[in-house]
Design a protein around this ligand. Structure first.
Ligand SMILES: [Zn+2]
Length: 339
């Protein structure tokens, strides 16, 4: 395509911006870069401490709860739930957090909590960056996920990393994408003398992986379940997600460990997530049918029953951006225009 001088100018401005971003990321990744910025790093590094702690939520099962917030410079992306489990011959980890720095803190916490036992398996529940950007501190051959999760991380991981560098800055220093080295498709596996049931679902993304410890009955749902935190929808298919929630609801378990928020004995995380998604879908469909613009839809009131969900208005607005275009395509008739 022939470029007009204006387009050329825009294109080169965009390229320059892109180069600046890449340079900054490369710069942050380079521990050896030598300048005034690095002279500041030791003092700054002291502040960048995730201060992770573990809570035993079932026998030998340790939860590391993140804040129920959106990514920001204060939380460094620690907005996610991660867990580790002591099995007879070692340790199993579920998700790895948002950065290399988090992964290092997690590994340290694991070794202090359960000394002298090897890590035998690391599961990634899905490819979102808060769940698997700590992968690089673990042996990649021990990291396991369905092929869909691996493919998603391979195709979108770099873009996620760029975005996280922008959102949380120096917390991400040195973080690189590490793909799981093991693709899973069996319905269970025995790790270190413990049987884990494996469930291959979708809806929050096109590949969501759920693990159940068959000894304790803890069901690690990843982001198919949110508790007191508004569900996120950047890769969601709401109808499929509702089907996955029904499947999880009928799955034997003792405790749900959701992707965000506190552990859940009664299944409230599934009810909360399903209720919010049903309202979101209905609300947006009605808005499209009424001809509201995206901005008008974003300004609509949210029912008070969702006030207990954190990050409510922000995530609702993000969901309008994610979901409105495809809803408009599905609800509104395409009118052929002939001139
Ligand atoms: Zn997610």
């Amino acid at each position: 395509m022939h470029k007009s001088p204006k387009m050329k100018q825009r294109s080169s401005t965009f390229q320059t911006t892109l180069n600046k971003k890449l340079s900054r990321r490369q710069f942050l990744q380079s521990a050896g870069a030598c300048c005034a910025y690095c002279a500041m790093a030791p003092a700054n590094a002291k502040l960048l401490d995730y201060q992770l702690s573990a809570t035993e939520i079932a026998s030998g099962t340790w939860a590391v709860h993140g804040r129920t917030e959106y990514f920001n410079l204060d939380n460094g992306g620690n907005i996610v739930n991660v867990a580790f489990i002591e099995v007879p011959d070692g340790i199993v980890v579920v998700d790895t957090g948002p950065s290399k720095r988090y992964g290092e803190a997690l590994l340290d916490l694991i070794q202090r909590t359960i000394p002298n036992k090897p890590i035998l398996r690391v599961y990634n529940t899905h490819h979102h960056p808060d769940h698997c950007f700590g992968n690089q501190v673990f042996d990649s051959s021990l990291i396991a996920a369905p092929q869909g999760v691996i493919d998603n991380l391979a195709s979108e991981g770099d873009a996620f990393a760029e975005n996280l560098y922008r959102l949380v800055g120096d917390w991400m220093r040195g973080t690189a994408i590490v793909l799981p080295g093991t693709a899973l498709d069996a319905d269970h596996e025995v790790v270190g003398g413990r049987r884990f049931s494996l469930f291959y679902l979708s809806g929050h993304t096109n590949s969501d992986f759920v693990v159940r410890d068959d000894e304790t009955g803890v069901l690690f749902t990843g982001d198919l379940a949110f508790m007191f935190r508004t569900p996120t929808t950047p890769h969601a298919d709401i109808a499929t997600w509702q089907t996955a929630i029904s499947t999880l609801d009928s799955t034997d378990r003792e405790l749900i460990f959701p992707g965000h928020g506190p552990q859940d004995k009664k299944g409230d995380s599934l009810t909360q997530t399903a209720d919010y998604l049903a309202w979101l879908d209905e609300n947006l469909r009605t808005s499209v049918e009424q001809g509201l613009t995206m901005n008008e839809a974003m300004a609509l009131p949210i029912p008070e029953r969702f006030n207990a969900l954190s990050v409510l208005r922000t995530e609702y607005e993000r969901s309008v951006v994610h979901l409105y275009p495809q809803l408009e395509d599905s609800v509104m008739q395409i009118i052929e225009i002939t001139r």
